[in-house]
Ligand binder design. Sequence first.
Ligand code: ATP
Ligand code: MG
Length: 152
Amino acid sequence: DLVKLIKQTVMKLDITANNKKQRLKFSPNCEELFAYFDFDRIEQVLLNIVTNAIKYTEDSGEISIDIQTQENEALITVKDTGMGIPEEDLLRIFERFYRVDKARSRELGGTGLGLSIAKEIIDAHNGSIEIFSKVNEGTEVKIRIPIEERTV
Ligand code: ATP
Ligand code: MG
């Protein structure tokens, strides 16, 4: 259940966000959404994406998570109002160890592996991950995972 997974992720990161006076918004319009996926791995992906949103967004910013179905896929969107990623870096963001602005990134900590691992995990699920961003406006990550129709 992807809704359950996101709720769990939000709970785990709530304190981290609150420490920066940020609000994690998740108000799904479905109670559950079933797909065939590796729960721990996709949780690892979401933990990284939402941690990035928290880390690269100023205090009091807003982070919203959304889930919807689109044809045979679940579409998870994580949106922040943070510093954004310059266009020239967007092309390389999924490379191992790639980080925008070395000095700034070192200050914030991290290895630059999160997104490359996320992409490998999503690819292994036959899904896709895309990032849209504008400097000083924010970043939007879209994750698509195939779903099976269930007739309980
Ligand atoms: P870690 O391995 O701990 O995840 P990291 O967060 O630096 O380290 P990635 O998650 O792969 O590594 O992200 C790569 C780089 O992309 C980051 O260093 C940051 O410069 C940029 N980035 C990622 N997400 C965002 C975001 N939401 N807003 C702005 N920049 C981002
Ligand atoms: Mg990261």
